[in-house]
Design a protein around this ligand. Structure first.
Ligand code: GLU
Length: 503
């Protein structure tokens, strides 16, 4: 589509020597996967262009933004490895970088100054309409089939008159004047191509609320300009805000950055991803045992694709190949099964030592008693590796190995009633206690099991299930050929004795 000539505002982008992008979260809780994707794309874009990745905190919503939430977001970003060049230091929260403060709550004087500039140049005005007046006007406009935009009687008041009212104790908002802007606003979105907004989509909108607190659209423009942001990659929900922002850029005579609005993230029913359908915050994924490299990889593919269709990628590969040309405007479906698969692939790329280190906090949480010998730890990972998906699931594989967790479970009862069971468990116990070493190889275990068969005549499930109960307290579970070589003789004897005591 070509840009219509007359009446159209062609928005120019700054010619930048350096790419500067930002992630601008409003800290109201843990980082959502949508936020993680926005942060990741901006991070990759900055790294690829040897530019700067800025972290700006949009915390002007005093009721919802808390210091605790801010720390949570910073922690999540750090866990993901999305480090920023400018913004609050993750430990001290002190600003790093030449364009601070990076927290909007500390920039209120700056917004006031630019609001004043707009008032002085007649592009904004003090408005004293009450909520009730606005509501009445709105209803009347709607009844006449007109758009319900505020038509303020104060729009053309001289500034002095408004200031006199304020001096007399009247309070009001500062509104941006839109009536004279009769044209289409057109810009080229990095994801969606040409986007056109007629100016009458919005009425005179608020810049500063009663009490002077600035609104998102205003702070966002002032900060992006002052922080010399060249590209804005952000969620699709902000697309309609872009019209108001373009109007502000124009009024302040500032070039606008290049915008790119990312696709929605949908659940499996193609509805907007929400908490009700499972984990959506990075913190939850971390606690569920996902690796940051897997989450980054998975999230990267929600709306972007590798030029050769590659699915499993390291951060470096993503940095090398990322480009806005492959950002897809269509909604991206969050496939939890794929995320799990991706995690298992990234997990298996680590060494056995690294995997054990990753597993440690999860094993600690289960309060298991396991050998601390590094060789044993690595051997155990080697045994379980092929069954590992998330760290939480993987930690569960270790439970049968912990003496502290050994109990004979109710599901073992049936096997304990069989006629041959007592002889099987007793023979198993005698054979393992006669074993010359502290440990068993897979072959030694199989040999002992065959001897139990010969001596007792038990076979099939009458043989396997009682032995398994004697090892893990239940008749089903991980193959004993894998488990027994990870266990010590004394532990196996003790477990068998506990089972025998029940017979
Ligand atoms: N604070 C906004 C948000 O969290 C940022 C929007 C933007 O990137 O412009 O959605």
């Amino acid at each position: 589509m070509s840009v219509p000539s007359k009446a159209a505002a062609v928005v120019t982008s700054p010619i930048a020597d350096e790419v500067r992008v930002r992630f601008a979260p409003s800290p109201t809780g843990y980082l959502h996967v949508g936020g993680a994707r926005t942060a990741l794309y901006n991070f990759l874009f900055a790294r690829q262009h040897q530019g700067k990745f800025v972290l700006r905190i949009e915390d002007t919503d005093e009721a919802r933004s808390t210091e605790e939430s801010l720390k949570m977001v910073l922690e999540d970003l750090q866990w993901l490895g999305l480090t920023w060049d400018e913004g609050p230091d993750p430990k001290t929260l002190k600003d790093i970088g030449p364009y601070g403060p990076y927290r909007q709550s500390q920039r209120l004087d700056i917004y006031k100054k630019y609001a004043q500039e707009l008032i002085d140049s007649g592009k904004a005005y003090h408005c004293f309409m009450t909520d009730a007046e606005i509501e009445t006007q709105r209803n009347s406009l709607m009844a006449q089939g007109k758009p319900p935009h505020v038509e303020s009687p104060y729009a053309d008041w001289p500034v002095e008159k408004a200031l006199a009212e304020i001096k007399n104790g009247k309070s009001g908002v500062v509104r941006f004047k839109t009536k004279h802007l009769r044209k289409d606003y057109i810009f080229s979105d990095l994801v969606r191509g040409e986007v056109k907004f007629p100016s009458d989509m919005v009425g005179d909108f608020v810049l500063l609320r009663t009490g002077g607190m600035p609104v998102y659209n205003f702070c966002n423009v002032v900060d992006d300009h002052l922080m010399k942001i060249t590209h804005v990659l952000r969620a699709e929900e902000h697309l309609p805000n872009t019209l108001r922002q373009l109007m502000i850029y124009e009024a302040l005579n500032w070039p606008a950055p290049q915008f790119g609005h990312l696709s929605l993230i949908l659940d499996e029913d193609r509805k907007k991803l929400s908490k009700r359908k499972g984990a959506t915050s990075c913190h939850e994924f971390k606690m569920e045992g996902y690796l940051p490299e897997a989450l980054n990889n998975f999230v990267a593919l929600l709306g972007w694709s590798h030029p050769e269709g590659k699915e499993v990628m390291s951060m470096q590969e993503m940095t090398d190949k990322f480009g806005t040309d492959r950002l897809n405007p269509a909604g991206a479906v969050f496939d939890a099964v794929k995320l799990k698969w991706m995690n298992s692939v990234h997990l298996r790329e680590l060494s056995n030592r690294q995997i054990f280190e990753e597993l440690k906090p999860f094993l600690d949480r289960l309060n298991l008693e396991l050998p601390s010998d590094p060789a044993w730890q690595e051997k155990s990972v080697g045994v379980f590796k092929s069954a590992m998906e998330t760290l939480v699931d993987s930690a569960e594989l270790y439970r049968p190995l912990s003496d502290k967790s050994f109990v004979v479970l109710p599901e073992a009862e049936e096997a304990l009633k069989w006629d041959t069971t007592k002889a099987v468990v007793q023979t198993w116990r005698d054979l393992i206690s006669a074993h010359p070493r502290d440990e068993f190889t897979e072959e030694e275990f199989s040999k002992i099991q065959d001897q139990v068969k010969e001596k007792t005549g038990a076979k099939g499930k009458n043989l396997f299930m009682p032995v398994r109960v004697a090892v893990i307290g239940k008749p089903h579970g991980t193959d004993l050929k894998l488990l027994v070589p990870l266990m010590k003789k004394a532990s196996l004897v003790k477990r068998a004795d506990e089972v025998l005591a029940k017979l």
